[in-house]
Write a protein that binds this ligand. Structure first.
Ligand code: FES
Length: 169
């Protein structure tokens, strides 16, 4: 799983800054993926505008860079929402209804996995085991894990988060 970075710590994307932060990987074979991770940690996603720069830096085609970002679903291609919600899909959570919970969450947020809600508040992702199997089904919001989540408790939680986001605007 990609490290969770608080949205407050993410920087606004700029090509100059992107070029600067990936310099440490220059001339190191096989480190394109590390550079992509660094961009995602810095900006929360890999901006399309960074791909030509990466291709040049690593002496590969743009298609190859694009291929790597598409292959690994952890790499986001657009700016994440205010909160990133990860819904556990692993065995213990599945046994406790994570599929039904996922369906309810997708319906409630009107968004699918790897997407962000229209209001920019929530990005929805899958995760495979949060190490809290005894309290399945689990979700994680940014760095906080929530156990025994039901559609109703999820709805209440997202309402609280939306209110918190409105206050801190
Ligand atoms: S299977 Fe979901 S927390 Fe372990």
């Amino acid at each position: 799983m990609m490290p969770v970075v608080s949205p407050a710590k993410l920087q606004e994307f700029s090509l100059d800054e992107a070029t600067r932060v990936v310099q440490e990987f220059k001339d190191q074979p096989g480190t394109l993926i590390n550079a992509l991770h660094k961009l995602q940690q810095t900006f929360g996603y890999v901006d399309e505008a960074a791909l030509p720069m990466l291709a040049k830096l690593f002496n590969v085609s743009r298609a190859e860079v694009h291929g790597v970002t598409s292959f690994y679903h952890d790499f986001r291609r657009s700016k994440p929402g205010r909160y990133t919600i990860r819904v556990c899909q692993a065995e213990a959570c599945q046994a406790m209804g994570s599929e039904e919970l996922s369906a309810a969450i997708k319906q409630l947020l009107a968004c699918d996995f790897h997407e962000t809600t229209a209001d920019g508040l929530f990005t929805l992702e899958k995760v495979y085991c949060l190490g809290n199997c005894a309290c399945s089904p689990n979700i994680m919001v940014d760095k906080q894990t929530y156990g025994r989540v039901s559609p109703a408790s999820f709805k209440a939680l997202t309402q609280q988060l939306a209110e918190k986001a409105a206050v801190s605007k």
